[in-house]
Design a protein around this ligand. Structure first.
Ligand code: ZN
Ligand code: ZN
Ligand code: FE
Length: 759
């Protein structure tokens, strides 16, 4: 048998995830001698032994890697033998700063949950049990290298039993940085509504009791505080809505197990896998009619946002409830509270009690949201469980810090050929979110040790992030919003070539100073051309038009029929003076900027169809229209658009659509058929425009991006039509199609921008 001596270099998320003990077991299993160690680039393995065993060993490194490991590269080189007689784990000596990656927070593993429910185990019912395969990571890291002293567990010295596990290469807790037990680790506490700690009680039992009596309990989780109520208690859910000032936006549910989920929602095998994954996101599921869940959890919604328990504390709580509402601990639109004092201040008057603990949360990470579209997962909010996992770029580029969009903000920092997108930071108009962004900027640079030479920001001159860009060191590059969406989708799919972006969203600043949002952009990482777009209409009242879709309905009617012959529509009932004012605004062009936004067309249609004249949260009208779709939606003929050629490309005119829609409504056609015809018309128009553009520009992949493509029916219908026409279609997967994914596109575009020549 031929002998080999190899150095095997493994890169990716390979530290703090039980990789070295795994390598040790594997090497022993294949009869190899040598060493394994952590260094600044990841893990370095030296193996000596027969070629068959060594090859099998290398193959198994990837195929059998521990659950939290994410291998980005394995490289093997032959080296001189060092003559080892056995295999050992070598302690890291050098600093592991540099190329290594921090793992995201992970849901409790089966082994830990089994120990937690074993009466004889020393961690029986211990709510902070974890091991190298599970537990907190990103939310407790205070610095690099990833080591206990650089986490919020630093203040808990390990007891002898925990230390023994920590130093035992064969233990599941070997170098598990958050390792803890009831003797040495964090403990729970329960406080009353005023924030006074209640002594002499079992905190968990106290919280369970309060929830059982319909109380609202603030619960400290992995990345922040949730507000919880029993989801089957209608009165409790309504009380939570009142106190939180949240009228209709759906609440997320935490459900005890898969069997309980099947009672309330229909579940595909893929959705089941997503629910059970280590990321443990909220998954959007089609709800069952008779679910036993209070209607006020998601009023009028055909979906539930459902997640399984992901911390040991959640698992303990859900032993007493089939489903809890678990919504972000905040007042209406603030970011989730994660600091103990801040939670007490912010949730004062909302929570009846607090189930807290003394392990500090270093950074806020909200629950992630995933939806299945075209039988693949699509991440709608990428935060806990996914962050800070990197996105691989097609090639290396200079380090860029991208500041993202105004809404659903994330930032992105690149290092060589990896892009790191931050956790969800929220709406930057909110002071807390802006502070969080500033923290995240410093934080990400420290963790990645990657000082950016370029700062990317949105083209919009009034965005706060455009202003922060000026204050940061580095060459500042402004990026058009929809170009960033297009490139974000390309990077998400590993595509670096010319592509046609169909970018439909609410709004973004265009290069002609109007608001864009219904765009066909032909472009690559460097530049783009606007080859087709919706014919712009007035946005009467600016932001007011976003909150009141009836305004968009009026605007579209004025455009289609002219100001003096507006058809009477139900959404204008009792609004005659407001309508009068709006017509003046549009006529005189006062506070009525032009927009080509497809999101606003959804608003107009939803309002005309009588679904929504006003909204209480962003995207609600579009969601209402999607949920109004009948089961046999595909059988209805789509509304027509007019596609007209003009000097600067193709213009898409919705006039014919509006006329037919108004005629349908006058004939008492139901809103659900109107919705079907609208969706189908949109998909048909996209395919038609793509075909026309292909004639001029040749075949290129089509990328669907922008918040509108969170709509499952529209995305699937468009995909089917385009595929039937032999288009290669790219849709988002790892990165949201909405503005949460924007920072990635900005970072790559700025990374490919040419610096201005020095004079
Ligand atoms: Zn575990
Ligand atoms: Zn201990
Ligand atoms: Fe957008």
């Amino acid at each position: 048998m031929r002998s080999v001596v190899w150095n095997v270099r493994v890169e990716g998320i390979v530290q703090g995830v039980g990789f070295r003990p795994f390598v040790y077991r594997l090497a022993t299993e294949y009869g190899l001698s040598g060493t394994v160690l952590n260094d600044s680039q990841g893990v370095l393995i030296h193996v000596e032994g027969d070629v068959v065993g060594a090859e099998a060993f290398v193959a198994a490194l990837e195929s059998e890697a521990p659950p939290l490991a994410l291998i980005s590269r394995v490289a093997v080189v032959s080296v001189a033998p060092l003559g080892f007689s056995d295999f050992t784990i070598v302690a890291s000596t050098e600093s592991t700063r540099g190329e290594t990656q921090i793992a995201p927070d992970a849901a409790s593993c089966k082994d830990c949950l089994a120990e937690m429910s074993a009466v004889t185990d020393r961690r029986f019912a211990y709510p902070f049990i974890n091991c190298t395969n599970c537990g907190p990571r990103y939310s407790i890291v205070t610095g690099v290298p990833y080591d206990r002293s650089a986490t919020t567990m630093a203040e808990f010295p390990m007891c002898p039993s925990c230390l023994k596990e920590y130093h035992d290469p064969l233990s599941r807790r070997f170098h598990a940085q958050p390792n803890a037990c009831p003797v040495c680790g964090p403990v729970l506490s329960f406080s009353d509504a005023r924030g006074r700690v209640v002594g002499g009680v079992d905190p968990l039992r106290e919280a369970v009791k309060m929830l059982g009596q319909g109380g609202i309990v603030a619960i400290k989780g992995l990345g922040g505080y949730h507000l919880a109520v029993d989801a089957t208690d209608a009165a409790a859910v309504v009380r939570l809505r009142q106190r939180k000032h949240r009228d209709e936006k759906p609440f997320a549910l935490m459900v005890s197990d898969l069997t309980a989920i099947e009672q309330i929602a229909r579940l595909s095998p893929l959705e089941e896998r997503l629910l059970c994954g280590v990321e443990r996101p909220i998954v959007l599921l089609a709800r069952r009619a008779e679910a036993g869940i209070a209607e006020s959890v998601a009023p009028g919604n055909t979906f539930w946002g459902v997640m399984l328990p992901y911390t040991p504390l959640h698992s303990l709580l859900l032993q007493d409830f089939s489903a809890l509402v678990m919504t972000s601990g905040n007042r209406s639109d603030e970011p989730i509270a994660f600091d103990d004092q801040q939670a007490l201040n912010r949730l004062d008057g909302i929570a009846d009690g607090y189930l807290s603990h003394n392990r500090r949360i270093q950074r806020r990470t909200e629950d992630s949201i995933v939806r299945v579209i075209d039988q693949q997962p699509l991440v709608l909010r990428r935060s806990r469980g996914y962050v800070p996992r990197s996105i691989r770029l097609a090639s290396g580029q200079p380090a860029v810090l991208a500041l993202g969009a105004e809404l659903k903000n994330t930032i992105c920092l690149t290092r060589s050929d990896c892009a790191f997108i931050s956790h969800h930071l929220g709406d930057l108009k909110n002071r807390d979110a802006l502070d969080a962004q500033h923290q995240a900027i410093t934080d990400l640079q420290n963790l990645l040790d990657s000082p950016p030479s370029i700062i990317a920001h949105d083209l919009h001159p009034d965005f706060v992030s455009s202003r922060s860009a000026i204050a940061l060191d580095g060459r500042s590059v402004s990026v058009q919003h929809h170009h960033a969406h297009l490139v974000s989708c390309m990077v998400d799919n590993g595509v670096d070539e010319l592509a046609l972006g169909v970018v439909f969203d609410g709004a973004g600043y265009g290069i002609d100073d109007t608001l864009w949002g219904g765009e066909f952009l032909l472009g690559d990482y460097r530049e783009f051309e606007r080859v087709a777009h919706f014919d712009p209409v007035a946005l009467p009242g600016g932001d007011a038009a976003v909150k009141e879709p009836w305004r968009m309905a009026a605007s579209y009617l004025i455009k289609t029929y002219g100001d003096d012959s507006l058809p009477k529509m139900s959404c204008f009932a009792n609004r005659s003076s407001e309508l009068q004012l709006l017509r003046q605004m549009v006529k005189r062009g006062i506070n009525a900027p032009l927009t080509s936004s497809c999101g606003r067309l959804f608003d107009a249609v939803a309002a005309l169809a009588g679904l929504r004249a006003k909204v209480s949260y962003e995207g609600q009208a579009a969601l209402a229209l999607e949920m109004a779709l009948p089961d046999d939606a595909e059988h209805f003929e789509g509304y027509p658009f007019a596609v007209v050629k003009y000097a600067a490309g193709l213009k898409i005119d919705a006039d014919p659509l509006i006329r037919e829609l108004v005629s349908d409504l006058n004939n008492n056609i139901s809103s659900s058929i109107v919705s079907a015809r609208f969706h189908n018309g949109l998909a048909t128009m996209i395919a038609q425009v793509c075909r026309l553009l292909r004639k001029t520009y040749g075949p290129v992949p089509v990328a669907l991006s922008g918040g509108v493509f969170q709509n499952r029916y529209l995305t699937e219908r468009t995909l089917n039509l385009l595929r039937a026409d032999d288009f290669r279609v790219l849709v988002h997967r790892q990165v949201p199609p909405n503005d949460g994914g924007l920072s990635l596109g900005q970072a790559v575009i700025a990374g490919h921008s040419v610096p201005p020549k020095a004079c």
